[in-house]
Write a protein that binds this ligand. Structure first.
Ligand code: BES
Ligand code: MN
Ligand code: MN
Length: 454
């Protein structure tokens, strides 16, 4: 049977197998899911073996195991490293899911469940493409190394050590990743830029203990008020970050790139609908696409303190907290930005409180040219798999491994994403469009096949 015919004939089987993968609640952030993480790693290892990979290993780390496998039986053909992650974000708030997060369900041409788009569904696309190549040709057309990690959603903490210790083994002619989104339905996309991410947590302490707000209120500093005032000063009226020096190293878009990005078939109306807010806001002087892909931001990700239980409790809390992140673009340096943010916040705070400032993680932005011939092969494979024209895009999200690999091996990184921006990654009712899942399998199989031709 031919490749595409084989993939078509396996639609039901593949979907059922993906559901099996999705039923394992491999939430990397919560220790109670440690056994599920182990189970997911085993599951991936089994499928790698079934897809014809050898030397399949599950490497334990300080946190969650890494799965690696390879097939190096195509002498003279390129060697590709494929990277993905089998861990998922926590599913909470559970009550907002239409069907339970770990009971995958098809509705209206979409498969719903935690990890469908980010990233189990996309990893599975590759597993099934490899299996189709193996079953129809008897062997894989290229040399392949596959690394699937279990810590992406918590910052890929062990990955860097693994890469350093396995430098020779991981060497490849190109890195392929499917952990991003398409620009829109019917627009297959290759991502050539990601923002970097720094994540901070601050703890503000006023009184050394919680106080009765009647007895003490009016005469003491309230850390929640002070935190709120400080946070409110992090942006100006034009929605620019007020951190001095924040924009100093930001690379401006070339006129050519600005034109290319702004003429993509990106629909503002759809973006507004996905967001669902009464109105949008963003840095003045830039289009939304520029704001999302090419401008840095400072965002509040969480804020808490004081009493949030049922009813009333009259208390002045001792502490208030916030989780803050900055998305970074070329040529911002994460370490430098972390220092600038800390200095700025400390300066804004009054003398009435203490502040503990922690940098939880840092990550560099990534933007790379797409002139290497491999990108043309990728474009052709996407167009053949989807029957639609493919485009080059940048995105606002972050994948630490891509930057690390690009810095280490200086090889082309081809990001073929099969999610969609409105598929609720990290949110309730996460889903993947079945047409993109099936189109993805065809595209990846065709891409790997084409990589074997000169
Ligand atoms: N798959 C995403 C990254 C992504 C999403 C890239 C959409 C491009 C478009 C990844 O799983 C993720 O969520 N990354 C985190 C960073 C990580 C260090 C926790 C992010 O971007 O917030
Ligand atoms: Mn992901
Ligand atoms: Mn994610």
């Amino acid at each position: 049977m031919d490749l595409i015919g084989y993939i078509e004939s396996k639609r039901e089987d593949n979907l059922n197998e993906l559901k099996e993968f999705l039923r394992i609640p491999s939430v990397s952030a919560k220790s109670e899911h440690k056994p599920d993480i182990e189970r997911a790693a085993q599951w991936v290892a089994g499928k790698l073996r079934a897809a014809g990979l050898e030397n399949v290993e599950i490497t334990p780390t300080k946190m969650h195991p890494l799965v690696y496998g390879e097939s190096l039986r195509a002498p003279g053909k390129p060697t590709i490293l494929f990277y993905g992650h089998y861990d998922v974000q926590p599913a909470e708030p559970l009550e907002l899911w239409t069907s339970p997060p770990f009971e995958p369900t098809v509705r209206d041409g979409n498969l719903f469940g935690r990890g469908t788009a980010d990233d189990k569904g996309q990893v599975h696309i590759h597993l099934k493409a490899l299996e189709a190549l193996l079953k129809t040709a008897g062997k894989l057309p290229i040399n392949l190394k596959v690394m699937i990690e279990g810590e992406e959603e918590v910052g890929s903490v062990s990955l860097w050590d693994f890469v350093r210790q396995n430098r020779e083994r991981l060497k490849a002619d190109a890195l392929i990743v499917s952990d991003t989104a398409m620009l829109a339905k019917g627009v297959p996309s290759i991502t050539y830029g990601l923002r970097g991410l720094n994540y901070y947590q601050i703890e503000i302490t006023g009184p050394s203990q919680d106080l009765h707000s009647g007895v003490f209120g009016g005469g003491v500093p309230n850390p929640i008020t002070i935190l709120a005032e400080t946070i409110a000063k992090l942006h100006d009226a034009n929605f620019r970050a007020t951190v001095p020096g924040f924009y100093d190293d930001v690379a401006a878009l070339s006129r050519q790139e600005r034109k290319a990005l702004n003429s993509l078939p990106w629909k503002e109306k759809e973006f507004r609908k996905t967001v669902g807010a009464p109105a949008l806001c963003g840095e003045k002087g830039f289009t939304i696409v520029e704001q999302l892909w090419a401008r840095p931001t400072i965002e509040l990700n969480g804020i808490w303190g004081g009493y949030i239980g049922e009813g009333a409790k009259t208390v002045i809390p001792s502490k208030a907290y916030a989780k803050i992140s900055t998305r970074l673009v070329p040529n911002q340096d994460p370490a430098k930005i972390a220092k600038l943010v800390e200095r700025h916040i400390r300066k804004l705070l009054p003398k009435t409180v203490h502040c503990k400032f922690e940098v939880l993680s840092t990550g560099k932005p990534w933007v790379a040219p797409y002139s290497h011939p491999i990108f043309q092969k990728a474009i052709h494979a996407l167009e053949a798999g989807f029957g639609k024209k493919a485009v080059f895009i940048r995105e606002g999200g972050s994948i630490p491994f891509v930057t690390q690999m690009h810095d280490t091996f200086k090889v082309p990184c081809v990001l073929l994403g099969f999610g969609l921006p409105d598929e609720n990654a990290h949110a309730p009712d996460e889903h993947i469009a079945l047409e993109n899942y099936f189109g993805g399998i065809k595209s990846i199989a065709l891409f790997y096949e084409q990589l074997a031709t000169p």
